[in-house]
Design a binder for this molecule. Sequence first.
Ligand SMILES: Nc1ncnc2c1ncn2[C@@H]1O[C@H](COP(=O)(O)OP(=O)(O)OP(=O)(O)O)[C@@H](O)[C@H]1O
Length: 297
Amino acid sequence: MTVLETASLTKRYGRITAVNELNLSIPSGEVFGLLGPNGSGKTTTLGMVLGVIRPTLGNFTWFDGISGSSARKKVGAILEQPIFYPHLSGAQNLKIAAKIKEKGLDRIDEVLQFVGLGERGRDPFKNYSLGMKQRLAIASALVADPDVLILDEPTNGLDPEGIHDIRRLITEIAASGKTIILASHLLDEVQKVCSEYAVLQSGKCIHKGNVAADLAGNGGWELASEDLDALQAALSETSFVKGIKPTDNAFLVQIDPSISGSEINKSMMDKGLILSQLAERRNTLEEKFLELLKSQS
Ligand SMILES: Nc1ncnc2c1ncn2[C@@H]1O[C@H](COP(=O)(O)OP(=O)(O)OP(=O)(O)O)[C@@H](O)[C@H]1O
């Protein structure tokens, strides 16, 4: 099932085109990443599909064509920090959120537990760390048991542990069968938690892809030995070597994908060279992104 489909979705603010003819198709059960630098149109896109910002042109449909409030009820979103009462506990704040959303109170303990606030749910909100506040925000969206959760830059401002907690939570929510739409300017965030993604630049979608597929393939091998000149000479006369690029005290070597690390090692040993470094390099979204930007200019 398609959770969200946008067709030529466009928003103009005077001369600024914040979102420019965006066509997205977000499948159910995925963590979908909307990746782009600040000002690329991510928040405006989310605002439009949530019915908060009126599109200038184009349209969108939720859940294969269901529109209006019945669709909206199945979508939970955290676009900005929700307002919580500082003197009330996490649990009390969630009760208020549940009442506003006309939901029962039976899920509150379960949701608090799920976001890792089971122990701290009775503490006042004002004593929470930023990471705990963000987890409570996610809990407040989950109280209504939405099918889709929309998160805008969910790890902004958090320390490494807080970032890790939120990313793990996102993966757990997705594993429970919900679709997540995540806007982020962080390449490694999208790489770590998303399956499908679209890249926005100045309101335009410049790439759509599957994270695993885009990272597949060999990023090359990093090879080094004490005598780099001898290594270079040996590599250049080796048939499975397809390219050699010097890096800091090593070479980034493109090697026939059918060749294993031990075969590389053995071949260099046969030529009298002992490798001090032999590491397969994984592709990253950062490289993919830089490639994309280069092809744009
Ligand atoms: N209400 C508004 N009036 C005028 N221009 C706006 C308005 N809202 C957004 N913009 C402009 O639209 C463009 C896209 O902004 P948007 O906030 O959607 O980007 P973003 O990718 O979410 O960035 P950030 O991560 O910084 O929030 C920017 O140039 C922004 O200045």
